[in-house]
Design a protein around this ligand. Sequence first.
Ligand code: NI
Length: 141
Amino acid sequence: MEDNKVVRFGVSIKKKLFDAFEEFMRKKGYAKRSKAIRDLMRNAILEEAWKDKEGIITATVVIVYNHKMPLLTDKIVDIQHNYLKEVLFSSHVHINKINCMEITVLRGEVKRIYSFSKEFSKLRGVKFVKIVPAATGKDVI
Ligand code: NI
């Protein structure tokens, strides 16, 4: 019963952030601020919770990078080769003259998947790194 208790809380934020959030809600089609905040909280908790778990997950790692950066493409391929057991496949999309997107689908230990993703964050010329676990979230709220 205690789990279903509703808690009300107040948050102080800068007007600029508030306005940006209102705009975000409008674009996303949220009618109620509470619903938008609940969804964001769940997503953030879910994303963080996966990192501490053990076991096998399937996940997608998306990176966007500048392919003109010397040796960067080689480094990206090297990282994928260091995770031979985990990488199921990767796919490359040329976004424009400079930027490329690399999508890698992996299956393996949570820690290995996250360390794979972290390798890209360290590289100069990598502009975006996002890991998307195939989460059901059934044990997180
Ligand atoms: Ni490309």
